[in-house]
Write a protein that binds this ligand. Structure first.
Ligand SMILES: NC(=O)c1ccc[n+]([C@@H]2O[C@H](COP(=O)([O-])OP(=O)(O)OC[C@H]3O[C@@H](n4cnc5c(N)ncnc54)[C@H](OP(=O)(O)O)[C@@H]3O)[C@@H](O)[C@H]2O)c1
Length: 273
């Protein structure tokens, strides 16, 4: 396992935040924003070769002295255990995968893999982090990345939507349960709309063509591409600033969402369904 630890003295009162799946996209950009606000960030990546990529990107921006970069595959127990060696004020569970496909014939291993990464591995990591906080009697914060796709189920992307809906339920229960026994661990939920990071394109491309929808497969893919192209935001700052707020805030607010009109759309959808 490759790691790139930098000594981080003189952090003062600023927070130390661990972000999973932060090679690029929302996780990486949030990490950059947090460093610029004076925090220390553990950028953790899925694959070993991504360590170098992130180190280079941070070096270019002169931000490496307030960061550690290392591999943490959230599905691997030995990687998850790395958190025991760190002082983490906030765990940001950002990593996920998306598998597209019809519910009628999505391969069971895709559905299982989707839940293994997005739901089971995230919950295992959260259990370990919270357990460690109780043991060491430290304060902490859990920030969970869901999606408006967890509120609005999108046909042919049902597997991914279901994992995000599960995360909404589980995170809501986690927060309510923790409140009964401690005020020292805060929980926040992030529900972004559509952003053009490449994540959605991978999900559209990786779906196996359905035999039930044989005549419609291409049309479905085109419709999805059009939807993401039309609605997707290229700039990530609306969501990274909300996540930063969630991480820094001491308030009782639970859900943070952006961009505004997609959040409004999700609210209206919940109202009518
Ligand atoms: N983009 C959107 O429209 C959107 C909307 C709502 C919510 N979200 C959520 O926002 C989060 C970040 O997504 P993004 O759009 O910024 O795309 P992204 O950059 O692809 O982020 C997902 C990250 O998770 C990593 N990952 C996958 N499996 C992992 C594992 N087993 N262990 C550790 N890391 C793993 C990926 O690494 P590899 O690429 O190497 O697999 C990738 O770095 C995700 O939770 C996503 O569901 C995105």
């Amino acid at each position: 396992m490759t790691s790139f630890f930098i000594s981080h003295n003189n952090i003062g009162d600023n927070m130390k935040i661990l972000i999973t799946g932060s090679t690029s996209g929302i996780g990486f950009e949030t990490g950059v924003e947090l460093i610029k606000k004076g925090h220390f960030v553990y950028f953790t990546v899925h694959r070993e070769q991504q360590v170098k990529t992130v180190v280079e990107k941070l070096k270019k921006q002169n931000l490496l002295d307030r960061a550690s970069v290392f591999q943490l595959d959230i599905t691997k127990e030995e990687d998850r255990k790395l958190i025991y060696d760190l002082k983490i004020d906030c765990l940001f569970c950002n990593a996920s995968v998306g598998y597209g496909g019809s519910i009628l014939d999505i391969p069971m291993d895709s559905l299982e893999k989707n839940f293994e990464v997005n739901v089971f591995s995230n919950i295992k990591l959260i259990q370990m982090y919270c357990g460690h906080l109780f043991l060491t009697q430290e304060k902490g914060k859990v920030v969970v990345m869901s999606s408006i796709a967890g509120i609005i189920p999108i046909p042919f992307l049902g597997s991914y939507c279901a994992t995000k809906a599960s995360l909404i339920s589980l995170t809501t229960c986690l927060r309510k349960e923790l409140k009964l026994i401690t005020s020292d661990i805060q929980v926040k939920l992030i529900e972004p709309g559509i952003f053009n990071t490449g994540f959605n394109e991978v999900m559209i491309e990786n779906k196996k063509k359905s035999i039930y929808f044989e005549k419609m497969n291409d049309q479905i893919t085109r419709r999805e591409e059009k939807l993401f192209h039309l609605i997707g935001h290229n700039q990530l700052n609306s969501i990274t600033s909300k996540i930063t707020k969630a991480i820094e805030s001491d308030s009782n607010r639970f859900i943070y969402s952006a961009p505004f009109f997609q959040k409004l759309g999700a609210k209206l959808y919940s109202f009518w369904h």
